[in-house]
Ligand binder design. Structure first.
Ligand code: C2E
Ligand code: CA
Ligand code: CA
Ligand code: CA
Length: 278
C-alpha cells in the first residue's frame, strides 16, 4: 500500500509537472509535439439535410501529449496563436491531412468537401496563398473540394480580406463563416463579400429544446442566411429534436454527435461503410 501510495504520488506530480511545463513553455512543447509526431487529425462528417447523407468532413487537429494526455483543441490552438506558432501548426495540419488523403480517397466518394479551420493571423500572413497552393498540390487531384472555415474576426482585422476571398473563389475554394453570431458581429461583411456557408454556432443549437423559447438570434440568423442565399451548417446537433427543428426551418446542412463524433481515418472509413450498408 505504501509503495502504491508513493507510485501514485509520483504519477500525480509527474502529470502536474508536465501541465506546469506546458503552461510555462507551450510554444516549445507544440514544436516538440510536431517533431515527435504527437498530433493527428480527426474528421467529423457533415450531413446534407435533404439526403441525410454525408457531403463533407471537417478536419480537427488533435494533440496527445506524452504525459499530459489529450490537450483540448481550444487550448492548444490558443497557445499556438499567442506564441506565433499557428502558421507552422497549420502547415503541419496540411501535412497530416495530405498523408491521410490516399486512404480517404480510396474509401470516400469523389466530390466530398473537406473543411479546414484557418486562423485569422494565417489568413493575413504573406505566405498564405503559397501554403494553400502547396497543400493542394500534395493532395490527390480531382477528388476533394476544399472549404476553408474562418471566423468573423478574420474579416474585421484584415485589410486584404477582399483580395484573399476573391483569390480563394478564383481557385474554386469555398469559404465558410465559422461560429457565426458569437464573436465580433460583422453583418456588413455578409453583403460585402460572397461566402458559401454560414456555420451556426453550437451554443445556439444547444438551446433548442432546452429553453422554452428558442433564441430569437437563432431564428434571425437562419432567416438572414436564407435571404442572402447562403447555405447553413448547424454545428453541435446532438438530438433528433434539434435536427428536426433545424430542418423544418430550412437549415441545409447538419453536423454533430447525433450523426458522428470526429473520427480517426480508420473509424471514419468503418462508419462510412456502415452507413452504406444500412
Ligand atoms: P470549431 O471549429 O467550432 O469546431 C467544432 C467543435 O465542436 C469541435 O471541437 C468538435 O469536436 C465539436 N463538436 C462537434 N459536434 C459536437 C456536438 O454534437 N456536441 C459537442 N458538444 N461538440 C461538438 P474541437 O475539436 O475540440 O475543436 C474546438 C475548436 O478548436 C474548433 O472549434 C476550432 O475553433 C479549433 N480547432 C480545432 N482544430 C483546429 C485546426 O486544425 N485549426 C484551427 N485554426 N483551429 C482548430
Ligand atoms: Ca470549424
Ligand atoms: Ca464552429
Ligand atoms: Ca466553436
Amino acid at each position: 500500500i505504501v509503495l502504491a501510495g508513493i507510485l501514485l504520488a509520483l504519477l500525480v506530480s509527474a502529470i502536474s509537472y508536465t501541465l506546469l511545463i506546458l503552461n510555462m513553455r507551450p510554444g516549445k512543447e507544440i514544436l516538440l509535439g510536431i517533431k515527435r509526431g504527437e498530433f493527428h487529425v480527426e474528421y467529423q462528417p457533415l450531413i446534407n439535410s435533404d439526403t441525410g447523407h454525408m457531403y463533407g468532413l471537417e478536419a480537427l487537429l488533435r494533440w496527445t501529449h506524452p504525459v499530459a494526455g489529450r490537450v483540448p483543441a481550444e487550448a492548444f490552438i490558443q497557445y499556438a496563436e499567442v506564441q506565433n506558432l499557428i502558421v507552422p501548426l497549420t502547415r503541419h495540419l496540411f501535412e497530416l491531412v495530405a498523408r491521410d488523403a490516399a486512404e480517404l480517397k480510396k474509401a470516400l466518394p469523389c466530390g466530398l468537401q473537406l473543411g479546414l479551420n484557418l486562423s485569422p493571423s494565417h489568413l493575413s500572413s504573406p505566405q498564405f496563398r503559397q501554403d494553400i497552393t502547396h497543400w493542394v498540390a500534395a493532395m490527390p487531384p480531382n477528388h476533394f473540394a476544399y472549404v476553408f472555415e474562418i471566423t468573423e474576426r478574420a474579416m474585421v482585422a484584415n485589410d486584404h480580406a477582399s483580395e484573399i476571398f476573391s483569390w480563394m473563389h478564383d481557385n474554386q475554394f469555398k469559404i465558410a463563416i465559422d461560429d457565426f453570431g458569437t464573436g465580433h458581429s460583422a453583418l456588413i461583411y455578409l453583403e460585402k463579400y460572397r461566402f458559401d456557408y454560414l456555420k451556426i454556432d453550437r451554443g445556439f443549437v444547444q438551446s433548442i429544446g432546452r429553453q422554452t423559447v428558442t433564441s430569437p438570434v437563432l431564428d434571425a440568423v437562419i432567416m438572414l442566411a436564407k435571404r442572402l442565399n447562403l447555405n447553413t451548417v448547424a454545428e453541435g446537433v446532438e438530438t433528433a429534436e434539434q435536427a428536426a427543428w433545424l430542418m423544418a426551418r430550412g437549415v441545409t446542412h447538419l453536423q454533430g454527435y447525433l450523426f458522428s463524433r470526429p473520427l480517426t481515418v480508420t473509424q471514419l472509413i468503418a462508419w462510412h461503410q456502415q452507413q452504406k450498408d444500412l
